[in-house]
Ligand binder design. Structure first.
Ligand code: AMP
Ligand code: MG
Length: 358
């Protein structure tokens, strides 16, 4: 393996026992990171595509592998609070309060960037997004590497995020040196990102930590959802593009306060598409499945509540793509708890195709 010289060497897939990652394997993966290579690894949110965050050339390879525009910054992962000093400066006291409660975990903080962190990781911004992941394999990799690891989700740009090693291979086979296969991820959607560099703390992306959990510590927390058209250069904040997390099929998101009316509208739409000769998939909460009985549709169940929906969302989109279906219909969960982040991902997966049912 020559991660330094070959831009796209063969990919090694290594199974890892998540409870007790093999030290020799982790040492090898850590060495590949230090040599400038790419290692995909499980976190509690989704799989990450990791490189040495302090090595500008290694970071550039992340963008190359993902075909990600350079304007979209990458989150830096650390194993301990001691490592925070290596990547951020002028850390405000509230960051430590948040870290105490939510790290290790699915919260990313945007802070002033340390000069040792190459600007390319942050799309040239003076800030850096930092997270301490809780997953034992992510922790072991960070310990073995001994350097902070820059890692976006390990998917091709604008595809659904990967929640298993198979998803990573489907998108990045041959573009990453090693995939550490630690099974399916738990939370299934990305971290919540909070920017602490402005006048008020601002949510840049809802995610694995619900806003309700943050508000007691951040009463002024602001959240203004942004869904921008497909023009990366003009995006005022990174990661706010409308098209993201998209499967091949067209996604239609149904919203409304009365679940029965929403389900009725979905049923009618599915019926119409089937009559027109389209193949149709439905991503359904368990309790909704009965409403689609008798329809010639492919149903993927997403569990009983918002948290289960988050866990199964991206895998469900990929499963329906593999059938394949041409249309995916889905009822958005209520925007409470993890439901807010699920709704955000659905709106982007649907590229704004929302049907409001009154
Ligand atoms: P991903 O790593 O694929 O989960 O996406 C990372 C996202 O983190 C980006 O799309 C941005 O929304 C956000 N992000 C990372 N770094 C910064 C930063 N320095 N400032 C603002 N947002 C950031
Ligand atoms: Mg991503």
């Amino acid at each position: 393996m020559h991660p330094m010289t070959d831009p796209f060497p063969a990919t090694l897939i290594a199974r890892v026992d998540r409870a007790t990652p093999d030290p020799e394997l982790m040492a090898l993966a850590g060495q590949i990171i230090r040599q400038g290579g790419l290692v995909a690894f499980p976190t509690e949110t989704v799989y990450g595509l990791g490189a040495n965050a302090l090595d500008a050339a290694a970071v550039a390879r992340i963008f190359q592998a993902k075909e990600r525009p350079a304007s979209d910054p990458v989150i830096v992962h650390i194993h301990s609070l001691a490592q925070l000093d290596e990547v951020a400066v002028d850390v405000p006291p509230v960051a430590f309060t948040l870290a105490e409660q939510f790290w290790a975990g699915a919260l990313t903080l945007v802070l002033p960037r340390h000069p040792a962190v190459p600007p390319g990781i942050s799309a040239g911004r003076a800030t850096v997004a930092v997270r301490m992941p809780a997953h034992p394999v992510a922790q072991a990799l960070l310990q073995a590497a001994g350097v902070p690891i820059g890692a976006p989700s390990a998917n091709r740009f604008s595809r659904p995020s990967p929640t298993s090693a198979a998803h990573v291979m489907a998108d990045l086979n041959g573009r990453v040196d090693v995939v550490l296969d630690g099974g399916s991820t738990d939370i299934g959607i990305e971290s919540t990102i909070v920017d602490l560099t402005g006048p008020v703390p601002q949510v840049l992306r809802p995610g694995g930590i619900p806003l309700e959990a943050l508000r007691p510590l951040l009463p002024a927390l602001a959240y203004r959802p942004q869904y921008l058209p497909d023009d990366v250069a003009s995006a005022p904040a990174p990661g706010t593009l409308l098209k993201h997390y998209s499967p091949q099929a067209d996604v239609l998101v149904f919203q409304g306060s009365d679940p029965l009316r929403v389900l009725e509208a979905m049923h009618q739409t599915a019926d119409k598409y089937v009559a027109e000769g389209h193949s149709v998939g439905i991503l359904a909460q368990d309790s909704d499945a009965l409403h689609f009985r008798g329809l010639e549709v492919q149903i993927v169940l997403c569990g009983r509540d918002e948290a289960a929906f988050a866990t199964h969302l991206f895998a469900g989109l990929r499963t329906l793509d593999a059938v394949p279906v041409q249309k995916i219909l889905v009822r958005a969960p209520q925007p409470v708890g993890l439901g807010l982040a699920v709704q955000d991902r659905l709106i982007r997966a649907a590229e704004g195709h929302i049907i409001q049912v009154r």
